[in-house]
Design a protein around this ligand. Structure first.
Ligand code: DON
Length: 559
């Protein structure tokens, strides 16, 4: 009898319950970094909206309830699977202002001016999110702007109770906001830090959202909002003008399509490097049976790191805004190229990364945010959005309630000079007027035989790509369910600096010893809550399972 019970447990797909129980749904699912934002998406889908309506509602709500990264003043990417199986992508990445120049972050001797591309008003690219959300809604949504924006407006106007985590986040960044009066005003109660449970109201932001709700893109890119932004820029030595704003448009681009062991991988193309690198790394790994090598065995880690090393080295040279630089996509995504690129990997020795100057690991806390939405018609939205650093450049534009991004730091501001994630680049990603800076954001959808299988993505700068990769290989090669695949500890390598960084518990001491004997430099990370925050969805056993990454708060809500 006992065996029959045990056997029954194995009828369903394996879920080894390392991670928390995934949320089950049959009609709709939203998993995001903020429970209020997930609720906003669900409210809209319950009222009859599809995944795109739900995603746009979630995105606007994140700008209110997760101001670290949710935004109106930043940019991002959405990968959307339509119910007919077609996959489209929206690029709402920020652009350099028209007056930007290649040397704008260097002094007269050609040295980088510390912090200029990161902590100042000059760090901001022209925001793209609002145009992206509205384009998505216009093209593939079914509900009105007023309907999908209502939850965000309500949350901004009436406020919401701050969680312990949100109160801590705001308190942590307050000292950096002190020099910007509108930021300090917005994020304090008359100068006093907010506490857990306080109702956080954002009246200026509510009005900005109202203007967008009433006037569409003109409520942001023209008229009062645009004037507030441009005037503030002009008065403070910033670069963004009313013309920059009026000229901004998100772009619909073809998705990156790769295959891996019979699965189809759909992800974001340039100006993100994310989809290209995920596909390249999977191509290099495909000839090897990772599954039989064992999860996080030294042999498997070796193969994965060597593939990452080669892909990130190509990133530095070949990837940039495709409207400015001819990215050799076809060559990079070719499986034959992957084979050739991997040919010099030695079975038992780490290949030292080429010596191109030392990078450095990020020290400041960073935030981007990924959310995944699914409906019951096969519609899926996998979307990552960001201000770059936590709370962007920490500058709220007076009168708008809106934070500015510091995305200009994602350009290669000088050849071989690491950005805040230690990533380096050259000409392909140099600063140019009206160009989009290279990203690592990798919102991804995986399908099998034309049917939905996974939606995955993450924040984490350069670690986004390797986080997405690990969730995919955990499911496909190690047969984990989505909860385990997302929850288990991760590691990361990005060519330069030549280090393998790993979360506590990711490598056993004897595995670490083997890797070190093969020539690897290992570094256990001591900061933050681990690598990535991959709020993901899996289709399994006829249902939709959502998981919020247990590293951070948030909500996977279904119905
Ligand atoms: O676009 C990029 O790749 C970066 N600006 C993303 C920043 C990020 O993920 C920070 N969050 N953890």
């Amino acid at each position: 009898m006992r065996f029959i019970v045990l056997a029954l447990l194995f009828v369903l797909s394996p879920a080894y319950a390392v991670g928390p129980e995934a949320t089950y749904a049959t009609h709709g699912m939203v998993t995001s970094r903020s429970v209020y934002a997930s609720q906003a998406g669900i409210e809209i889908m319950k009222a009859g909206g599809n995944a795109v309506d739900g995603a746009v509602a979630t995105a606007f709500a994140l700008a209110v309830t997760y101001p670290d990264a949710g935004n109106l003043g930043g940019g991002g990417f959405a990968v959307i699977r339509l119910p007919n199986g077609k996959v489209v992508t929206n690029d709402n990445r920020e652009k350099a202002p028209e007056s930007a120049t290649t040397d704008m972050y260097l002094d007269k001797d050609g040295n980088v001016i510390k912090g200029l591309s990161l902590n100042t008003i000059k760090a901001s690219g022209v925001p793209g999110s609002v145009d992206g959300y509205l384009e998505m809604l216009d093209k593939y949504g079914t509900m009105t702007r007023q309907q999908v924006m209502a939850p965000a407006i309500r949350l901004a106007r009436d406020g919401f109770p701050l969680s312990h985590d949100m109160a801590l986040q705001i308190a942590y960044f307050l000292p950096k906001m002190k020099r910007f009066p509108a930021s300090y005003k917005k994020f304090t109660k008359n100068g006093e830090p907010y506490q857990e449970g306080d109702i956080f109201k954002q009246p200026d932001l509510a009005q900005t959202l109202e203007r967008i709700s009433k006037q569409g893109r003109d409520g942001f890119y023209k008229g009062k909002t645009a004037k507030l932004i441009a005037r503030f820029m002009a008065n403070n030595d910033g670069l963004i003008t009313e013309k920059d704003l009026a000229d901004y448009h998100s772009v619909w681009r073809a998705p990156i399509h790769g295959t891996y062991r019979g699965y189809d991988i759909w992800s974001m193309g340039p100006p993100s490097s994310g989809g290209v690198l995920v596909a390249m790394i999977l191509n290099m790994l495909e000839p090897y049976d990772l599954g039989s090598l064992g999860w996080h065995s030294a042999a498997a880690i070796h193969l994965i790191v060597e593939a990452e090393r080669r892909a990130y080295a190509d990133r530095a040279t070949y990837l940039g805004d495709p409207d400015f630089y001819k990215v050799p996509l076809k060559a990079l995504l070719d499986k034959a190229y992957a084979k050739k690129r991997f040919a010099d990997v030695k079975p038992d020795k780490a290949t030292p990364s080429k010596d191109v100057g030392a990078g450095s690991w990020p020290k400041e806390s960073m935030e981007t945010t990924h959310f995944s939405v699914a409906d019951d018609k096969g519609g899926i939205v996998s979307m990552t959005t960001t201000l770059n650093s936590s709370f962007g450049n920490k500058i709220v534009v007076p009168g708008t309630g809106m934070l500015l991004n510091n995305e200009m730091n994602d350009f290669s501001i000088k050849p071989n000079t690491p950005n805040q994630f230690g990533l380096i680049g050259h000409d392909a990603n140099k600063v140019e007027a009206s160009k989009r800076m290279l990203s690592s954001m990798s919102p991804t959808i995986v399908t099998k035989d034309g049917k939905p299988f996974l939606a995955v993505g993450s924040p984490g700068g350069g670690t986004i790509i390797t986080t997405v990769l690990q969730v995919i290989t955990n499911v496909i090669d190690y047969h984990m369910d989505i909860s385990d695949a997302v929850s288990l500890p991760r590691f990361h390598h990005q060519w330069e600096p030549d280090l393998v960084m790993y979360s506590p518990y990711a490598f056993s001491p004897d595995t670490a010893k083997i890797l070190e004997s093969m020539g690897y430099n290992l570094k256990e990370i001591q900061w933050g809550r681990g690598i990535g925050d991959a709020n993901s969805i899996e289709y399994r056993d006829g249902a939709i399972y959502g998981v919020k990454d247990p590293r951070n708060e948030g909500g996977a809500i279904g119905f």
